[in-house]
Design a protein around this ligand. Structure first.
Ligand SMILES: [Fe+2]
Length: 312
């Protein structure tokens, strides 16, 4: 029997899962043990829980880590060089990442599996695609992955067939639908990378009266089936803030303070962002189905999580 321990960490919602011959036999998020919401630390307790399902403590395992830290660092350092010196507010975060990936993470992974040849770094979007396609009821399917950012990919299209996942295309950082959605979450006073579900919940209370403005000015849907952000409205490539002052100017009111009352303006903003997200995801899903020639579709990534309804 083959045992593979999947691990995610150092971003948000760290977790572990144990797979035996292709079947998930244990999975847990670290926050369930640590009681820290969206805990990002190395998931020691979730790993211990998963490994308790091995037939014996010394059973050989391999590790599949959920992304490639070297490639992620490559993107972060390229971005730092491209945006210097404007991007200086992000440099402390970059230095932390270099320390974590250069020292902390290798030591932590080797503490779980002491054979480096049995530790595999799986590209982030391939991990997402696998997590959606392999447990799905389909032998064949198109797979669309949409999130904030992995290493470089923010959106990727796959053809799933049997145990194979073949890449069909990708959209790269900084053009990110996840960051697009997080921008509206931040503008409405919610925490980026965790409060997006509140934006989704707020949307039904509003009218999408800014939808056309967003499609005209903020995000451009391309004839080739991709999209591009107008980066003058964003600052996430140079700053801890996702949005720029132009974003606030476009919608005519300042960013809502976190504890301020929710008025109709922000409800309408949420409804508009949600309506645009729906349209762009249908657009991307159509592209994925066309490119793959498949009838079935699997959706993966944090942005798919914020999708309330899809009709193709
Ligand atoms: Fe992701």
């Amino acid at each position: 029997m083959t045992y593979i321990l999947g691990i995610s960490s150092h971003f948000h919602d760290s977790a572990a899962a144990l797979v035996r011959d292709g079947e998930i036999i244990a999975a847990a998020q670290e926050e369930r043990f640590s009681r820290i919401k969206a805990d990002w630390h190395f998931p020691d307790q979730a790993i211990a829980y998963c490994l308790s399902h091995l037939p014996a403590p010394n059973t050989p395992i391999s590790i599949a880590y959920f992304e490639n830290p070297a490639l992620k660092l490559d993107r972060v350092l390229h971005n730092a060089a491209r945006t210097a010196p404007r991007g200086a507010p992000l440099w402390p975060r970059t230095l932390n990442m270099m320390r974590d990936y250069g020292h902390g993470l290798p030591r932590q992974l080797l503490s779980v599996c002491d054979d480096p040849n049995r530790i595999f770094f799986v590209p982030h979007h391939r991990s997402h695609a696998a997590a959606a396609f392999y447990p799905s009821p389909f032998d064949e399917a198109a797979v669309l992955v949409v999130d904030g950012v992995g290493e470089w990919s923010t959106t990727s299209l796959w053809n799933g067939c049997g145990d194979q996942l073949t890449p069909l295309g990708e959209i790269l950082f900084p053009n990110s639908l996840g960051m697009f959605y997080s921008a509206f979450a931040q503008y409405c006073g919610f925490k980026v990378n965790s409060g997006e579900y509140k934006l989704m919940g707020l949307a039904p209370f509003g009218k999408p009266r800014f939808k056309k403005l967003i499609l005209d000015r903020v995000i451009d849907l391309k004839p080739d089936g991709s999209f591009q952000l107008d980066m003058s409205f964003f600052r996430f490539d140079t700053d801890v803030s996702v949005i720029s002052p132009l974003f606030e100017a476009l919608f005519g009111q300042p960013t809502r303070r976190p504890e301020a009352p929710l008025d109709q303006h922000y409800m309408d903003i949420a409804a508009s962002a949600q309506a645009v997200l729906q349209d762009v995801l249908v657009f991307l899903a159509t592209t994925t189905l066309d490119k793959s020639g498949q009838k079935n579709l699997c959706l993966a990534g944090g942005v798919a999580l914020n999708l309330s309804l899809i009709h193709i």
